[in-house]
Ligand binder design. Structure first.
Ligand code: GLP
Length: 282
């Protein structure tokens, strides 16, 4: 895992936006997996600003959202579909037919989940999957004990998740107890993963995901088995990491590696045996 620790939420957002912009423009990623929640909200604002500046173009981009509450129609104020319309899709040039969502009111749950998996496959798979993380270490709605090989399916939410999501609902309304969600196995097939976490409340989940064992008790820990994962967190979310020194050291040195290698090659090719400057400083 590439662990990136930034001072605060604003910096996490900047990093995540530049990461996404780079993948869309340089790597031509056209199929994105997107999360909801409060964490990606700032990123979506940055994306809208970037779109207005002409830095990102969604004309031929397809999106797949991770999950949807079961029982909510698409235009329900608290449906994830509506959340995405309000906070992103309504303000960029994505084509409505390129937006993919799990239905909150499917006639047949199994068929709906299979349809989603098929739609992802037909577009050649998700290139960049963006994720948040729940306090119990879940990704999507893959609650603890979810199979790490799970596919898109229905899940019963934990009491903790229901409590966490209650704040988004009107006073009298109940947060749904079930959701449809991409499985951990579905998420693991994305070419690249970018996970964002901010705030002290996420520190335990972040530590378990990065430094704990791979376990169904923290489904985000499955990402340790994925070859291209970048985790961007603020200092508060990094507070419980034991090896944060190494992640910072790694970030410093990664930035110097290309220059160092070029210098070594130049010296080798020109027969200059003196040590390059970067190595002397070590
Ligand atoms: C929900 C979503 C997840 C999200 C999590 C954390 O459970 N299904 O995709 O990562 O909430 O949300 P927040 O970013 O609001 O803390």
């Amino acid at each position: 895992m590439n662990v990136v620790i930034r001072p605060d939420e604003a910096d996490v957002t900047r990093y995540a936006y530049e990461f996404l912009r780079d993948r869309m423009n340089r790597k031509r990623y056209r199929v994105l997996g997107l999360p909801t929640g409060s964490t990606p909200l700032r990123l979506y604002r940055a994306v809208i600003d970037g779109f207005k500046r002409g830095e990102v173009d969604f004309a031929d981009v397809h999106t797949f959202n991770l999950d949807e509450y079961l029982g909510l129609p698409p235009d329900h104020p608290q449906s994830y579909r509506r959340f995405m319309e309000t906070n992103l899709f309504g303000q960029i040039n994505i084509k409505p037919e390129n937006i993919n969502f799990l239905s909150g009111l499917p006639r047949d749950i199994e068929e709906e989940c299979e349809r989603y998996e098929r739609a992802i496959r037909e577009l050649g798979g998700i290139k960049l999957q963006i994720l948040g993380i729940g306090r119990d270490g879940h990704i999507g709605f893959n609650e603890p004990t979810s199979s790490l090989a799970s596919r898109t399916r229905d899940k019963t939410l934990t009491r903790e998740t229901i409590e966490d999501n209650r704040r988004f609902f009107e006073r009298d309304e109940e947060v749904p107890r079930w959701a449809l969600t991409m499985g951990v196995g579905t998420i693991m097939e994305a070419r690249e993963v970018l996970l964002l976490a901010t705030g002290r409340a996420k520190a335990d989940a972040v530590a378990a995901m990065i430094e704990g064992p791979v376990t169904t008790m923290c489904t985000a820990s499955a990402l340790q088995m994925h070859p291209r994962v970048t985790v961007v967190i603020d200092e508060a979310a990094a507070a419980k990491l034991n090896h944060d020194d190494y992640y910072r050291w790694m970030a410093d040195n990664d930035a110097r590696m290309v220059g160092y290698l070029e210098e070594r090659r130049r010296r080798f090719l020109t027969g200059d045996s003196a040590q390059p400057e970067a190595a002397q400083k070590q």
